[in-house]
Design a protein around this ligand. Structure first.
Ligand code: BG6
Length: 484
C-alpha cells in the first residue's frame, strides 16, 4: 500500500525524539508498508539530502540497540524528503498539493507535530488547498485545547473539513503494550469478568509517577500543569480501560462508545468533594536518585511565583451498577520518588475469615505499565514459618513479566500508533466526544483552583508528593502501594 506521511513539525522535538525512531523501528521490523514516503515539513531551507543528514545525526542519541546501522539508514533515508513551508502562507499549501498529486499515494497522513495554536490554521489551509480528500488522515497530538471551549473549537474546525473517521487523536498511553494488555486481560479472558465489580473490588489505584522534572519544557508546562498534562488524558484513558463494560466487538466505535459511557458516569464534583478529594502539589528542591535537583519555581521558563501544580491526587467515583461506591484513586506527578506507572486493583477481604492474615494483605492484582510491563496477582498462602503461630497466612504472588515472555523488542507506543494510522485502524485513538467528556469532568477542578488562594502544597522532590495525598486515601481506610 503506498502512503505519504506528511510530518508538520518535521524538524521539531517530537519528530526527532519519538516519530523518526518509531518509523525507523517499523521499517526495521518490516511492518512499515512498502512504497511509502515521509515528507518532513519545516521552515528551514533544506534539501532532501540535508534533511536525511540531520536525521542521521540525531540517531546518534538513540539507544544503541535501536540505532540504525549505516546500510540500514541508507535504505530508510530513501523514504525521507523535505518540503519547506511557512504554515501561515496559503501558497505553500499549493506546493504541498503539487508534491502529493505527483505521486497520488493511496493514503495520505497529515501528522500535526506542531505547536497546538497552529492546528486550526493548518486544517483550514489544507482544506483550502483541496487536501481534505477521502484518502486523507489527520493525526493530532495533545494538547488539544486547554479547556472544554478551546477543545471544542479545535474539534469543530477539524470536523468541519474531515470526517471523524479520518481524525486520529493521539493519546500515546493507548499505544503502550501494557495498556493493550489491559484490554486483552479483561476482554480476552473469562477469569476476571465475574470479579470485576463492586461486590468484589474495594478500590482501584492508578499511579503515573515520573522522577524527572519539567526538563526543557518549563514555559509550556507552567501554562499546563499536571491536571491538563496527564489526568485529563492519560489517567482518564486508563480509568476507562479499567472501568468500561465489555464492548460488543473490537471495532473502534464499539470500544470508544464504552469508554465514553465511563467518562459520562464519573460522579460530578461538589464543593465538598473538590475540597476533600483533590490534592494538588508542586515540587520543591530535593534529592532524586542521589542528585540535588532544583524546585519547580527555579526551573527555566517557570514563573518564580508559579501556582502551577506538578502533582495531582484525586478520588473519583463512577455512578453505575458495576462501580457505585468503589473509589478510583488517581495520582500523577513530576519529581516523585521513581519513574513508575502501575494500577492496583484491590479486592475485598474474605467475607468470613477463618485464618489470620497480616494487615493490609488483601488480594490484589497489580498491573505494571512501566518501567516493567506485566501483571502480579497477590494471594495468601499457608507458609511454613508461621505454622507455630496457628493459622497465620503469608502473602505470596504470581508474577508475569511481559518483557521476558514476549521479548524486549516489542512494538513501542509510537510505532504501534503510526502503523495504525497508516492502516486506518482507529481503536487506539480518542474520539472527540471522549475528549470533551473528559474536559467537562476536570473543568470544575480547574475553576476551583483558580478561585482558591492556597495554591498547590509543596512537596520535596524525590518523595511521593504532599502528605495530603496519603491523608486523602487514608480517610477511606486505604493506602498507596508504597505505604501498605
Ligand atoms: C506526556 C506529557 O504526554 O507524557 C509529559 O506531556 C510526560 O509531561 C509524558 O512526561 C509521560 O509519558 P511516558 O510515556 O514517559 O510515561
Amino acid at each position: 500500500m503506498s502512503f505519504d506521511l506528511v510530518l508538520f513539525g518535521g524538524t521539531g522535538d517530537l519528530a526527532w525524539r519519538k516519530l523518526m525512531p518509531a518509523l525507523f523501528q517499523a521499517f526495521r521490523h518490516g511492518t512499515l508498508p512498502e512504497g511509502g514516503r515521509i515528507i518532513g515539513i519545516g521552515r528551514d531551507d533544506l534539501s532532501d539530502a540535508q534533511y536525511r543528514e540531520l536525521i542521521r545525526a540525531r540517531f546518534d542519541n538513540v539507544e544503541l540497540a535501536k540505532r540504525p546501522k549505516p546500510e540500514e539508514f541508507e535504505r530508510f533515508a530513501g523514504l525521507l524528503h523535505f518540503l519547506r513551508m511557512d504554515l501561515t502562507q496559503p501558497q505553500d499549501y499549493g506546493r504541498l498539493a503539487t508534491t502529493l498529486r505527483d505521486r497520488n499515494a493511496q493514503t495520505v497522513v497529515m501528522y500535526l507535530a506542531t505547536a497546538p495554536d497552529l492546528f486550526t490554521r493548518v486544517c483550514e489551509q489544507l482544506a483550502a488547498a483541496g487536501l481534505n480528500l477521502p484518502n486523507t488522515r489527520l493525526v493530532l497530538e495533545k494538547p488539544l485545547g486547554h479547556d472544554l471551549a478551546s477543545n471544542r473549537e479545535i474539534n469543530d474546525v477539524v470536523r468541519g473539513v474531515l470526517d471523524e473517521r479520518q481524525i486520529f487523536r493521539i493519546d500515546h498511553y493507548l499505544g503502550k503494550p501494557a495498556v493493550q494488555n489491559l484490554f486483552a486481560m479483561r476482554f480476552g479472558n473469562a477469569l476476571f469478568e465475574p470479579l470485576w465489580r463492586r461486590e468484589h473490588i474495594s478500590n482501584i489505584q492508578i499511579t503515573i509517577a515520573e522522577d524527572m522534572g519539567v526538563e526543557k519544557r518549563g514555559a509550556f508546562y507552567d501554562k499546563t500543569g499536571a491536571l491538563r498534562d496527564m489526568v485529563q488524558n492519560h489517567a482518564l484513558q486508563l480509568l476507562c480501560a479499567l472501568a468500561m463494560e465489555p464492548p460488543i466487538n473490537s471495532h473502534a466505535d464499539a470500544i470508544r462508545d464504552e469508554k465514553l459511557k465511563v467518562l459520562r458516569s464519573l460522579v460530578k464534583w461538589t464543593p465538598e468533594t473538590l475540597d476533600q478529594h483533590v490534592v494538588r502539589g508542586q515540587y520543591a528542591a530535593g534529592n532524586v536518585g542521589g542528585q540535588l535537583v532544583p524546585g519547580y519555581r527555579e526551573e527555566k521558563g517557570v514563573d518564580p511565583e508559579s501556582r502551577t501544580e506538578t502533582f495531582v491526587a484525586l478520588r473519583a467515583e463512577i455512578a453505575s451498577w458495576r462501580w457505585a461506591g468503589v473509589p478510583f484513586y488517581i495520582r500523577t506527578g513530576k519529581r516523585l520518588a521513581a519513574r513508575e506507572a502501575h494500577i492496583l486493583v484491590n479486592f475485598r477481604e474474605a467475607p468470613h475469615p477463618i485464618y489470620q492474615a497480616p494487615r493490609n494483605s488483601w488480594n490484589r492484582l497489580v498491573i505494571n505499565l512501566q518501567p516493567r510491563d506485566g501483571v502480579q496477582l497477590h494471594l495468601l498462602a499457608q507458609g511454613q514459618e508461621n505454622r507455630r503461630n496457628g493459622a497465620m497466612l503469608e502473602p505470596v504472588h504470581l508474577d508475569l513479566d511481559f518483557d521476558k515472555r514476549f521479548g524486549s523488542e516489542r512494538v513501542g507506543a509510537y510505532e504501534r500508533l503510526l502503523l495504525d494510522v497508516i492502516a486506518g485502524r482507529l481503536n487506539l485513538f480518542v474520539r472527540s466526544d471522549e475528549q470533551e467528556a473528559a474536559w467537562r469532568w476536570v473543568e470544575p477542578i480547574m475553576e476551583h483552583w483558580a478561585a482558591d488562594t492556597h495554591g498547590p502544597r509543596p512537596y520535596t522532590a524525590g518523595t511521593w508528593g504532599p502528605s495530603a495525598s496519603s491523608a486523602m486515601i487514608a480517610r477511606d481506610g486505604f493506602c498507596w502501594s508504597e505505604e501498605c
